[in-house]
Design a protein around this ligand. Structure first.
Ligand SMILES: *[C@@H]1O[C@H](CO)[C@@H](O)[C@H](O)[C@H]1NC(C)=O
Ligand SMILES: *[C@@H]1O[C@H](CO)[C@@H](O)[C@H](O)[C@H]1NC(C)=O
Ligand SMILES: *[C@@H]1O[C@H](CO)[C@@H](O)[C@H](O)[C@H]1NC(C)=O
Ligand SMILES: *[C@@H]1O[C@H](CO)[C@@H](O)[C@H](O)[C@H]1NC(C)=O
Ligand SMILES: *[C@@H]1O[C@H](CO)[C@@H](O)[C@H](O)[C@H]1NC(C)=O
Ligand SMILES: *[C@@H]1O[C@H](CO)[C@@H](O)[C@H](O)[C@H]1NC(C)=O
Ligand SMILES: *[C@@H]1O[C@H](CO)[C@@H](O)[C@H](O)[C@H]1NC(C)=O
Length: 501
């Protein structure tokens, strides 16, 4: 029986969880909580030692929902596959909680995660539910007592994070799968599935891999869009929306082995930019991958294998930097992640940049970039140089194809062909002494500047008062002296500002 897996650990956390949870709002089956009812409040103990604090279990005991520690010290809500401790779903709020502080999960028609200091971190919006349950499929759902429609008011299956599981429908209107490091996304188009890099907070999303459904007809405008679903038999199927008509099958290595019923499968947008399927067998020690979208054995085929401004040399998959400067080494050929393009002013001027040129370079995903054709090398370079949304240009002298890169430069691939040349812009870092100031120096400078401003203002005020007094004095004199023949004095005095000094 599956529940046997990891029982001591589960039993221990159940005791802990029950201590923290208002017991009236729970339905406990056997030793596991399998329902959260309205009025529930569960509390995360500050700096809990276990990385996962379950609040709710699936009836099969394989999955649990609760507080998850992310990284060193952040807090999120997650549905975890207990045998592997892998989070299949995460709430991923814009702002994560802090593991070292208390946090509260409440259920009162909606699920809400609150942090003592920052307030509401995450909630299920516009939903009304009577109970929260975690299904055997790992789908976390809010359910109404009086609803026969079978469509829950809210389900985690409609809000994937980086992973899909068996029977989870993935559609064009689903949020994309976003890798844990938030740099890659898996999306569905009308008749195709695609992988994208995410730049500028998701505003620029160049595609680096796609697969079109074989039997779907994009030219047929009336044909419904496709949706995707991971199948326990070992494939990812693409189906026409609104039905079960399959238009494509991406079969996994284990497709013919008939592992049905013995394995749990997931498909994950991994942090290296590849989309992979994995399976877990009872008693296993690790996930086994049986599918990857980018199938080559060479990691140079992944879009950021050597980091920004890196050059991947196939074969040994060595990394170099596009700029051969000895002071930098891959994968840190470039400082920091680009958060904006090179445009400035009204969007046509460019910020300052340096240029790196390199021969024998190409792009791994050039099939996804639409080249400008019949160009000379100079024309190709000029097209990029003058355009502030362009970061680089890769030119093939043999074909005349010019690939403009309108997103920050990532890893290029080495190709032993002198006719393949690249032109790359590197943002000039603000290199003035000002930016090198230590915080202490900067603070001192600020204080001194302020003192100076106050002194100047005070000086001006005293000067003004002095001038005013003198002017009044002289004016008094003047009245007395306003006699013909004395105009010269008056004129010289009126035009002179000497009294300020
Ligand atoms: C969930 O799994 C448990 C244990 O495997 C089983 O007893 C139960 O019937 C399952 N529930 C559903 C709805 O399939
Ligand atoms: C997935 O889509 C199919 C076909 O549209 C539907 O029958 C099924 O209920 C959906 N599954 C979920 C979990 O919504
Ligand atoms: C367009 O789609 C409809 C409905 O799916 C189908 O009957 C028809 O044959 C399709 N036409 C073409 C040209 O694919
Ligand atoms: C696959 O295995 C299941 C039992 O695990 C069995 O019932 C089924 O007939 C098998 N199917 C094939 C095609 O071998
Ligand atoms: C960079 O260094 C490599 C190996 O040291 C060399 O083969 C290559 O020609 C150099 N490229 C440039 C542009 O200097
Ligand atoms: C390519 O450009 C040259 C000159 O710029 C022109 O004469 C030629 O017709 C062009 N070829 C194609 C296929 O467009
Ligand atoms: C600059 O490049 C972008 C993207 O490649 C393109 O959409 C735009 O039209 C170009 N602007 C000019 C002025 O050529």
């Amino acid at each position: 029986m599956r529940r046997v897996v990891g029982v001591p650990a589960i039993a221990a956390v159940v005791v802990t969880a029950v201590l923290y949870v208002a017991s009236a709002a729970l339905v406990v089956v056997g030793e596991l909580t399998t329902q959260l009812q309205n009025g529930l409040t569960a509390t995360h103990a500050a700096s809990a030692t276990s990385a996962f604090e379950p609040v709710l279990y699936a009836p099969n005991g394989v999955f649990a929902f609760g507080f998850l520690r992310v990284g060193d010290a952040s807090l999120d809500l997650a549905v975890v596959h207990l045998p592997s401790s892998f989070p299949l779903w995460r709430a991923t709020p814009a702002r994560l909680g802090d593991w070292s502080r208390p946090a509260t999960l409440t259920f009162d028609t909606t699920l809400v995660l609150t942090d003592e200091d920052s307030g509401v971190l995450w909630q299920t919006l516009n939903t009304v539910g009577d109970v929260v349950v975690l299904l055997n499929s790992s789908n976390l759902i809010l359910r109404r007592y009086d609803d026969d429609s079978n469509v829950p008011p809210w389900q985690s299956f409609e809000h994937p994070s980086d992973t899909l599981v068996v029977d989870q429908n993935f559609t064009g209107s689903s949020p994309p799968l976003i890798s844990n490091n938030r740099r890659f996304a898996f999306r569905l188009g009308k008749t195709f599935m695609a992988l994208h890099m995410e730049f500028y907070g998701g505003k620029t999303t160049p595609m680096y891999w796609h697969h079109t459904a074989l039997e779907a007809h994009p030219e047929n405008a009336t044909e419904p869009p496709v949706y995707g679903r991971l199948d326990v038999r070992g494939f990812f199927g693409l189906y026409l929306a609104g039905g079960e008509q399959k238009v494509d099958t991406l079969s996994f290595d284990t497709f013919l082995q008939n592992l049905t019923g013995e394995v749990f499968r997931r498909m994950t947008m991994d942090d290296d930019g590849n989309l992979r399927a994995y399976y877990w067998t009872d008693g296993a020690k690790d996930w086994i991958s049986d599918y990857r979208a980018i199938a080559g054995d060479d990691r140079c085929e992944l879009p950021t294998s050597c980091g920004a401004y890196g050059l991947c040399v196939p074969g040994g998959a060595q990394c170099q930097c596009l700029d051969n400067a000895t002071s930098v080494t891959p994968p840190t050929c470039h400082a920091g992640e680009e958060t904006t393009d090179l445009c400035s002013g009204d969007g046509t001027q460019q910020v300052e940049f340096d240029v790196v040129r390199r021969t024998r370079v190409s792009v791994a995903y050039k099939d996804e970039l639409s080249p400008e054709t019949n160009k000379t090398e100079a024309e190709c370079e000029a097209a990029c140089a003058g355009n502030c949304s362009c970061w680089g240009a890769v030119y093939n002298g043999a074909s005349g194809y010019c690939y403009l890169i309108d997103f920050p430069v990532e890893t290029m691939v080495y190709e032993a062909d002198d006719r393949k040349v690249g032109y790359f812009k590197v943002r000039k870092l603000p290199s003035s002494k000002r930016s090198r100031m230590s915080p202490g120096v900067a603070a001192t400078t600020a204080v001194l500047s302020l003192v100076l401003v106050v002194l100047v203002a005070a000086g001006a005020w005293f000067g003004y008062r002095l001038w005013e007094r003198r002017w009044r004095g002289r004016a008094g004199t003047m009245e007395q002296e306003l006699v013909p023949g004395r105009y010269k004095d008056l004129k010289s005095m009126g035009s002179s500002n000497d009294s300020f000094k």
